[in-house]
Design a protein around this ligand. Structure first.
Ligand code: ADP
Ligand code: MG
Length: 610
């Protein structure tokens, strides 16, 4: 019987799932015994989509249609991706959906996909292999912030999963090794994957893990070993950078990785290139010692990061009780040896380092669904809690399954000039729109001093005490105005009701996600329309006829698109409006300069009038 709940390691290069059977984690494998699903997606002109190994094979031969390393994009803005973009061959663009929120899109084959939707495709494939379970725990790096965790949660829901919890990868690894059985202790988790390196220091107290510090390098991993080998070979072959074609690159990379992996078990291996079409025939024996020499600077770098993590955790090497190795690249004997030397103790390697995170996630999922209730008896929030934002969307502050007591604060602002009050409407539920959630109460924060839209800083705080009482407070930072209310969110909810609401949210995940994007885009369009109308009223007369006509048409189109529900349509309309109003914006800028100059002149004539 297929499992109903799984743990998923959603990796940068590989993803996989595990589930509990007879009290032990079991990794999901395909017919050939393969557990790892390459985190790669390829899109084809006929509309078909490939995920996993077949997509990975096309990565170098058809780079324009393949997407990899989506995890690097999750919950990020374009500005935050500066370092990553040079490594990404596909097109990444950014759309501003709200003045305070930007969303990335990957543009491929004339279509746009959000990172959440792309990750959902990977999750869907992992889920399919496990027999389509409905619940999952998904792991993320310990350094992921709230936005990145939220993006991962959304991806899970789009893939049809009720995401029980997002947990840290190092915590999952420690759990897989049963380190929660220790009463107290400290653990160092060394995770060297394909393209990323993470070192985390955890503490254990009464079976509960806490991340004390993390450090790492988002561009350090097994890929660097492959590249170093490729460089060695291309140099010997005298292949210039410009001579590299996709087919050659694909073979170079495949051979490099194959040789690297072979050298983890053998002291020498042959690098073979047979490409008659390119008049290439090359065979070269590579020794383990040679590869280790190439790896040395990269391993040095990783250990330097461990040193920093220890410093941040305020611990010395001697104070670390356990060391856990995670990630495919820790199968390299040289890596193991260097980590052991560094920490002065033998690291845990009994479990497969590529599977240990998924196994830990499966254990956590089991704990959450009651399989090991005696282990962790913590009260959790049954349904997510949040407030209504403009246009009827719900902004969640506390997610379901968070253990109580807990607290969360988020900053909001005003949308209209001189708005002196805001209504705080509190909602409970998993859906994205207020109409599909349950209202828990409302209050008004008034007395905000008049100021331009988006200048107010309103911090909303949700606090749930150990008894489950929720207190929501709002405070405008500039004026210090404050208001709050207390409610009992758990009241009158049966387990069945909670279950039904959660299932509903999963069923509607995709449409909810779209609806939310539409609302955000519409809010932004509203502001643009307002600004344009204002601008036309003051400077419109100075516009040439054709430009004026274009703006009017774009305005009409945008207004019409705002009535519909089609995100792409509205996006197109607002793009056109933005372009059409460029000349108007210029006029307005000049007008501002002009008035400032006039003011200055007045000042000079008669300063006392101010
Ligand atoms: P990620 O967590 O980044 O998605 P993994 O932990 O699965 O990735 O690690 C993938 C990396 O491990 C790849 O670079 C792969 O070549 C490398 N790898 C896998 N097996 C071995 C091995 N036996 N020896 C050396 N490297 C290996
Ligand atoms: Mg990993």
């Amino acid at each position: 019987m297929p499992p109903t709940v799984i743990g998923i390691d959603l990796g940068t290069t590989f993803s996989l799932a595990a589930f509990m059977e007879h009290g032990k984690p079991v990794v999901v494998r395909d017919g050939a015994g393969v557990a790892l699903v390459p985190s790669v997606i390829s899109f084809h002109d006929d509309g078909s989509v490939l995920v996993g190994s077949p997509a990975r094979q096309r990565c170098l031969s058809d780079p324009e249609h393949t997407v990899f390393s989506v995890k690097r994009l999750m919950g990020k803005t374009l500005a935050e991706l500066k370092e990553d973009l040079p490594h990404i061959p596909y097109q990444v663009i950014e759309r501003e959906v709200e003045p305070t929120r930007r969303v990335l899109h990957v543009k491929i084959g004339g279509r746009e996909h959000t990172p959440e939707e792309l990750s959902a495709l990977i999750l869907q494939e992992v889920r399919r292999r496990a027999g389509n379970p409905t619940k999952a725990v998904i792991t993320v790096p310990a350094y992921f912030d709230d936005t990145q965790r939220q993006a991962t949660r959304d991806a899970g829901r789009i893939a049809g999963l009720d995401v029980l919890r997002i947990i840290n990868e190092p915590t999952a690894a420690a759990l897989a090794y049963g380190l929660d059985q220790r009463r107290t202790g400290t653990v160092a988790v060394y995770d060297l994957g394909g393209g990323t390196f993470d070192c985390s220091i955890l503490s254990i107290k009464e079976g509960v893990f806490k991340v004390l510090s993390t450090n790492g390098d988002t561009h350090l991993g097994g890929d660097d070993f492959d590249r170093a080998l490729m460089t060695l070979v291309t140099r010997e072959l005298g292949i210039a950078q410009t001579d590299r074609n996709p087919e050659l690159l694909q073979h170079l990379r495949d051979q490099a990785e194959r040789v690297k992996i072979a050298l983890s078990n053998n002291v020498s291996a042959d690098y073979v290139l047979e490409l008659p079409t390119q008049h290439l025939s090359y065979r070269r024996t590579i020794t383990r010692a040679e590869l280790e020499e190439l790896m040395r600077p990269f391993v040095d770098r990783s250990l330097e990061r461990c040193r920093l993590a220890l410093r941040d955790a305020e611990l010395t090497i001697k104070e670390i009780d356990e060391v856990v190795l995670v990630g495919g690249s820790t199968r390299v004997p040289y890596v193991r040896q260097r980590v052991e030397e560094f920490f002065g103790r033998k690291p845990h390697t009994e479990l497969n380092p590529e599977e240990v995170v998924a196994m830990g996630a499966a254990i956590q999922a089991d704990i959450l669904t009651g399989g090991r209730r005696h282990l962790l008896l913590l009260d959790v929030v049954p349904l997510s809690l949040g407030i209504e934002t403009l246009g009827g969307a719900v902004s969640k502050l506390i997610y379901r399954n968070t253990t109580v007591p807990c607290r969360a604060t988020e900053r909001f602002t005003t949308y209209v000039d001189n708005q002196t009050g805001v209504d705080i409407n509190i909602y409970q539920g998993e859906r994205e729109l207020t109409k599909d959630c349950r209202s828990l109460g409302r209050f008004k924060l008034s007395g905000i001093p008049p100021m331009p839209a988006q200048m107010a800083q309103i911090d909303v705080t949700f606090l749930i005490d150990a008894n489950g009482m929720l207190t929501v407070s709002a405070k405008e930072q500039r004026s210090g105005q404050e208001a709050k209310v207390t409610v009992q969110p758990g009241q009158g909810l049966s387990d069945e009701e909670v279950e039904r609401l959660v299932l509903e949210s999963v069923e509607h995940a995709r449409e909810d996600f779209q609806a939310r994007r539409f609302i955000e885009l519409k809010n932004k369009a509203e502001i643009t329309v307002r600004h344009t109308e204002k601008g036309l009223a003051s400077e419109g007369v100075h516009l040439p006829d054709d430009q004026r006509k274009r703006i009017d048409a774009a305005l009409a189109w945008t207004r019409q698109a705002m009535q519909g529900g089609d995100v792409d349509h509205l996006q197109e309309a607002t793009d056109e409006l933005a372009n059409a109003t460029l000349p108007l914006a210029e006029l307005l800028m000049n007008a501002v300069v002009r008035t400032t100059l006039q003011d200055r002149r007045m000042e000079e004539v008669n300063p006392s009038t101010l």
